[in-house]
Design a protein around this ligand. Structure first.
Ligand code: AMP
Length: 525
């Protein structure tokens, strides 16, 4: 079996790998590193989770040391382009780890944060610059960055960059880097556009593919739950009541949808945070950190915000809404089953989404087993529906709203300790503000508005104190015992893959096909 020592990597890099506990190269590393050590261009077809970052970072770090030159002001010797801030940050972090004790300078630049600090960081030049294309061009236009001394160029997740409409930015950047350079292009899928991009960028490349084009990671157990939109929230709660769903990424198509899911989960006593383009960078980072640390068990994300997120141990991916671009499905489910682990993905599919499902199944060349909606989910969905109607009525006609909440179905309904919202939880402990680490996290993540929401009474609450029929302490789903309010209440839980998957029909079709945007997608970031 190949070992990292066989590649001729320098001792400090090998020491860093040992510290990270990498005992053997992954397939993409075994195939790519020997060619990259010799300076060959490379076209890598690999999803995140395969170890592709180390596959390019290790040989590039090694080559930066042979010899290690002084960097020229405002320049970068190695340039890595990535589609999103999260992925760019993670790549930069990986470079720093793999460089170990070597004197390699690494900087990351992306939009949404102050450009001044990035300009200062580039002043003396850097060995490795990881950038999103838009911000890189801003820096170039301001005269703070030049690319004429780039020795190695990496395009990571090239298919996503094209999807996000970065094609023109990439063309501009290509004109600014020297013709004679070392170029690497990685993509999870291989649409025609990528093939022509590769042709334009790469010279006599080695082609390395660790998963066949657009083939879904085989380790991911996949299921589809055909269900109407009104059942989705209850179905999600039902799945999350299974302790096996301990680290879950829920995908929605829109930012608004992500916020709505978090709001409903919050009402059901389930800690979750959303990451999407409307969240500030610090909010996103806090949400990711809390998810990584296990402070929250559910992260609700849009495709773009979640791209390239590297979090080990994601137990499940739930597609609350199916993506209209089938390749996005492959990216989404790739968040679970990372680094050799087993993973599971459950997708909700309403009638309008059936054409998306057909496209996905065509792409992955497999039929995804169906699960039917359990009876208790129908009951819970009806409750949620009543709750929503009551809230809407309250919002529209505050004067007609009940003076207290005794009759509201969401208060004191789901077993002991369920608090319907942050305000109620806070009221229940005497208005002292957030207490546990998860609540503190939420208050920080949502900013001052949410913090004040934990203190101020909501409209329609009598004396700011909702009337509750039962106690309000505890009741969080992801508690240390792993016990869930549902299991405590004795309600049956059902694993998505338990029992025979009922081939529930999605109902009759109305022949309408949802609007599909195949071109550059709306930018969510
Ligand atoms: P990537 O595909 O680059 O996003 O990497 C996915 C995950 O695999 C990251 O958490 C890496 O730290 C981890 N990883 C990469 N290479 C190895 C290796 N050779 N052995 C163990 N873990 C690895």
């Amino acid at each position: 079996m190949t070992s990292f020592k066989d590649f001729g990597l320098s001792a400090p890099i090998l020491a860093a790998l040992a510290r990270e506990g990498y005992s053997a190269p992954t397939p993409i590393q075994a195939q790519a590193i020997p060619h990259l050590m010799q300076g060959r261009d490379l076209l890598g077809i690999a999803q995140t989770g395969t170890g592709k970052t180390a596959a390019f970072a290790l040989p590039l770090i090694h080559r930066l040391m042979e010899p290690h030159k002084r960097t020229a002001p405002h320049s970068a010797r190695t340039l890595v382009l990535a589609p999103t801030r999260e992925l760019a940050s993670q790549i930069a972090e990986s470079f720093k780890i793999y460089a170990g004790d070597l004197p390699i300078s690494v900087e990351v630049v992306f939009g949404g944060v102050s450009i001044g600090r990035q300009e200062r960081a580039l002043f003396r030049g850097v060995d490795v610059l990881v950038a999103t294309p838009g911000r890189l061009l801003d820096l170039i236009d301001r005269g703070s960055c030049r690319l004429d001394l780039v020795e190695a160029l990496v395009l990571d997740e090239a298919d996503q960059m094209l999807d996000l409409g970065f094609v023109h930015a990439l063309k501009r950047i290509a004109k600014l880097v020297p013709k004679k350079r070392h170029t690497l292009l990685f993509s999870a899928t291989m649409p025609k556009q990528i093939a022509s991009l590769a042709e334009g960028y790469l010279t006599d490349p080695v082609r390395v593919a660790v998963t066949p084009v657009a083939t879904t990671a085989e380790r991911v157990a996949q299921h589809v739950v055909p269900c109407e939109t009104r059942l989705k929230q209850a179905m999600l709660e039902h799945l999350l009541s299974d302790p096996a769903f301990d680290r879950v990424i829920v995908f929605t198509r829109t930012k608004h949808g992500a916020d709505r899911v978090v709001k409903h989960l919050d009402r059901a006593g389930i800690d979750a945070a959303a990451i999407h383009g409307n969240k500030s960078q610090p909010q996103r980072e806090r949400a990711l950190a809390a998810f990584r640390d296990g402070q929250i068990g559910v992260l609700v994300a849009t495709d773009i915000a979640a791209r390239g997120i590297d979090i080990d141990g994601v137990s499940h991916v739930v597609n609350f809404e199916l993506p209209n671009i089938p390749e996005s499905y492959v990216h989404r489910i790739g968040r679970t089953a990372r680094a050799g682990a087993k993973g599971s993905a459950v997708s909700f599919c309403n009638r309008e989404e059936e054409p998306y499902l057909r496209d996905i199944e065509k792409l992955i060349r497999a039929q995804i087993p169906r699960l039917s909606v359990p009876k208790e989910v129908q009951t819970r969905a009806a409750e949620i529906g009543r709750m929503n109607r009551a809230e809407t009525e309250e919002a529209i006609l505050p004067s007609r709203a009940p003076r207290h909440h005794a009759g509201r179905p969401d208060v004191g309904r789901r077993g002991e300790g369920h608090a319907a919202n942050e305000g109620e939880r806070n009221q229940a402990r005497g208005g002292k503000g957030p207490r546990g680490p998860r609540e503190q996290f939420r208050a920080r993540a949502e900013g001052p508005a949410a913090e004040s929401a934990t203190r101020e009474p909501r409209r329609g609450e009598a004396n700011g104190r909702p009337q509750r029929s039962e106690g309000a302490a505890g009741g969080r789903r992801f508690d240390a015992s792993g016990e869930t309010p549902r299991s405590r209440a004795g309600a049956p839980t059902r694993k998505p893959n338990a029992g025979a998957p009922a081939a529930a029909k999605g109902g009759e079709r109305d022949g309408r096909r949802p609007n599909r945007q195949r071109g550059p997608k709306r930018r969510d970031d």
